[in-house]
Design a protein around this ligand. Structure first.
Ligand SMILES: Cc1cc2nc3c(=O)[nH]c(=O)nc-3n(C[C@H](O)[C@H](O)[C@H](O)COP(=O)(O)O)c2cc1C
Length: 204
């Protein structure tokens, strides 16, 4: 595919790997749609001591996101572990650097979704997803959840919500993404890719 191929930016933070597993499933959903690809990007951890610096390129996994990734994307999937019912600070820290994009309206009318992983089933997945939506609305993005036509939303005994894909990683954060959770990640990626292509067409 050429460099001009539209892409869905999958921007996430993950410390123990659960959210990055979900990101890869969402990417599979995006890439099941012809004419669009997935770009996986992460953000560095943040520290209360400003002396702490990370290498420019992470030792493993996706590379760090730049504002340019956001400006150029056709859609955004934003992923974070649930932390006290909210998104993790490193991701919020990155979003707090996006005011130049906000001032230029660079993200207006682009579709977006959110995904999260938590230790426990009732540990705040929904509040995390709903609060992740707030900065996206400030940017003028079009939020896409998961419709109940995805019947695994009804059957799941673990993660998966109409507000976005989710995963229950368990108390030791080692429970793999299960069949229902994976199917909903893929469905969310596919839906976002299709919306991106449709909205791209509307704006041309
Ligand atoms: C500071 C902190 C706060 C957390 N808060 C919650 C929480 O509110 N609810 C919950 O179920 N899990 C909570 N967790 C657990 C993580 O959400 C869970 O381990 C998640 O799967 C980690 O994702 P990752 O593997 O992508 O880092 C918290 C973990 C940390 C480190």
């Amino acid at each position: 595919m050429s460099d001009a191929t539209p892409f869905v930016l999958i921007l996430y933070y993950s410390r123990s790997g659960a959210t990055s597993d979900m990101a890869r499933q969402i990417a599979a959903g995006v890439e099941s749609v012809a004419g669009i690809k997935a770009r996986l990007r992460t953000v560095p951890p943040v520290s209360t001591t400003c002396e702490a610096v990370d290498p420019e390129i992470p030792e493993e996994g996706a590379v760090y996101a730049e504002l340019e990734d956001l400006r150029q994307c056709s859609a955004l999937a934003l992923g974070s572990p649930t932390r006290f019912g909210n998104m993790a600070a490193p991701l919020k820290h990155f979003l707090d650097t996006t005011s130049s994009l906000w001032m230029n309206g660079a993200l207006i009318d682009k579709p977006a979704c959110a995904f999260t992983s938590s230790s426990s089933l009732h540990g705040g997945q929904e509040s995390t997803l709903l609060t992740m939506l707030v900065p996206l609305l400030h940017h003028g993005m079009v939020y896409a959840g998961i419709p109940y036509s995805e019947t695994k939303l009804i059957d799941t005994q673990t993660g998966g919500t109409p507000y976005g894909a989710s995963h229950v990683a368990g108390p030791r954060s080692d429970r793999p993404v299960d069949e229902h959770e994976r199917a909903l990640c893929v469905a969310q990626g596919r839906r976002l890719a299709r919306l991106a292509l449709a909205l791209n067409q509307m704006s041309t």
